[in-house]
Design a binder for this molecule. Sequence first.
Ligand SMILES: Nc1ncnc2c1ncn2[C@@H]1O[C@H](COP(=O)(O)OP(=O)(O)OP(=O)(O)O)[C@@H](O)[C@H]1O
Length: 672
Amino acid sequence: MTDDPPVHPPTAGPRRTSALRAVLAARASRWTDLAQLLPQAGRPLVAAAALLNVLLGLLPLAFIVLVGYVLYLVPQVAASPGADGGSGQAGWSDLLTALGLAVGVFVVQQVLAPFQAGVTEVIARRVDEHCIDRLMTAALHDAPLDALQQPEALDLLAEARAAFARQARPPGDAAAALLSLLARYVQLVGAVVLVGIVVSPLAGIVIGATALAIRFGVRGTLGKFADMWDSLAGSRRKVFYLRDLATGSRAAKEIRLLGLLPWVRARLRSDTMAAYEPAWAGSRKLQFWPMIGLSGVGLVGGAVVLVLVADAAASGRLNLFELGVALQAVLIPMRFGVYFPEADVQTQFGLHSYHALRTFERQIASARPVRSAAPVPVRRPEQGIRFEGVRFRYSDDTPWVLDGLDLELGAGQSTAIVGLNGAGKTTLVKLLARLYEPTEGRILVDGVDLRELDTQDWQRQLALIFQDYVRYELSAAENIGLGAPALLDDREAIEAAARKAGALDVLSGLPQGLDTTLSRRYPGGRDLSGGQWQRVALARALLAIRGGSSVLVLDEPTAQLDVRAEAEFFDRFLATTENITSVVISHRFSTVRHADRIAVIEHGRVIECGDHVELVALGGRYADLFELQAQRFRDTAAVGAVPGPHAAPQGEPDPAADAAEPVPAAQKENAS
Ligand SMILES: Nc1ncnc2c1ncn2[C@@H]1O[C@H](COP(=O)(O)OP(=O)(O)OP(=O)(O)O)[C@@H](O)[C@H]1O
């Protein structure tokens, strides 16, 4: 192929030829892609499997020859039953030997078949392990988050994941089935050679060409169906989501309480029909005429060869042995007009899943920012982190979330970020963590642009807990330990982090202590309350600090904590992380007010910045919001909704006692 435009428009002939060549090249490259996966299963195993399949391809041919020979011997033995074979006349011993060999070949074939199934399974599993690893790397390591939000990337990801969840054929099935095809093609070549030798080269060529033509047609139809299937990926993703919703536990509470089952059922049915009906209808349309055409080709090709066989037999050029072999051998190529159950669906749809994986990998690779110079080594911030004129929006067609934001996070200081819902607080943290890049402006760490640092090294510096932190269905110790994987086995460090976060008492009281799985879905597992989970998440962040992180970022760390835990939060938590640069996002002013500096974000910028006293004295936005919460608390306390000084539970600090530190009745100030 050349990029130069042709001087003269190509005529229809060459155009058709180059189109055909392109189709063939595309098909061939898909097969070679698949073949390149096979070594992932281990070369000795693949070699053994290939040998096994060649053998399984040859054995039916041997059976045909032996049965033909038996047919040839039977009339001779019947004509002279006394012959022993030594006189040149076939005897019982020849017949029994041939029969014995035929039976032996048949038995060996039957014995080898289960090995073929077993080997195929192992190869498929190993190849899939390799592909799952690649998918994990692409999705969880390489992919910039914004690339993961593109619908096309999500469709590809859903297709690849569906395969590994066994909702579709995975690449491993395709790679293993490639070896099964080897048996089929060895058989085809063998049969064509037999027909060519026994009947005539012309008969061999005709039957071989017929087999390949109908095979090409069958696979072409399957390929077109797969393309159509591919185009419906978006609707299928919706169906997968609804199925998960309808049958999983995620939404079980709401579905029950709101009586949503009839709606979910109807919606699932209508979306399933919308996703699959075009495929069913398309399948009928795609298959009908090609099948009629291919049957015609098969019939004509088969008939021509049978006529050639009959002619050869009638003219005495074929003896009984040759006739038996020819008639049986002709049937093998004719079977190429049907789908091969052990290979066709596997290769077509497994290839499709692999193609989704490869396209996803390519998209991710092209979306990754290109670094021009070697990354600057990452150290703990000594001077501070500065956002300079940062502008950011999630995509070109959405509004700016941050619009010229300037902010200084002093090294070793705590900074609280305040703002209404949707102000961009979490987005700011995502930029700090380099999950996204600023659209304009820059973020400097000790004067070095964040883009110049190695992303992973920088992310290791952050002990970051998002408000939607992950509740792993693992043990309590692992839930904390994942904050610093190197300390996963350090029980003393994990317990110390749990203690600091105020989680140790609760976790130690679980049936297997910190080894208890934090999910009821497992035997002996227990779930925690929202506040208890939040303490586990805080312990995870603390462990990350112990593991070497130097910037603590907590998004809504106290939203689910009770009054006492929230009151203790700064004393017990941030005070124990001295010299740590920390950022706390919170709607609770009782949490926020303790920070060294508070930044108020509105319209994508910092509109006020200072400590609590300065901002209250300023009488601006912060003071308004603070007063609003204080007033709401005072109103709520006045009607008795919040326990007063005398009603506080034993051991609980009285929220009202800190009159200058109002505790909001609501967790969040809602922008609406
Ligand atoms: N992944 C995303 N893709 C597109 N838009 C997003 C995405 N995440 C957030 N936004 C939008 O960006 C804006 C800021 O969201 P962000 O989560 O940063 O606000 P926030 O200040 O943390 O809000 P809250 O107080 O409710 O947690 C919102 O308008 C939100 O809809």
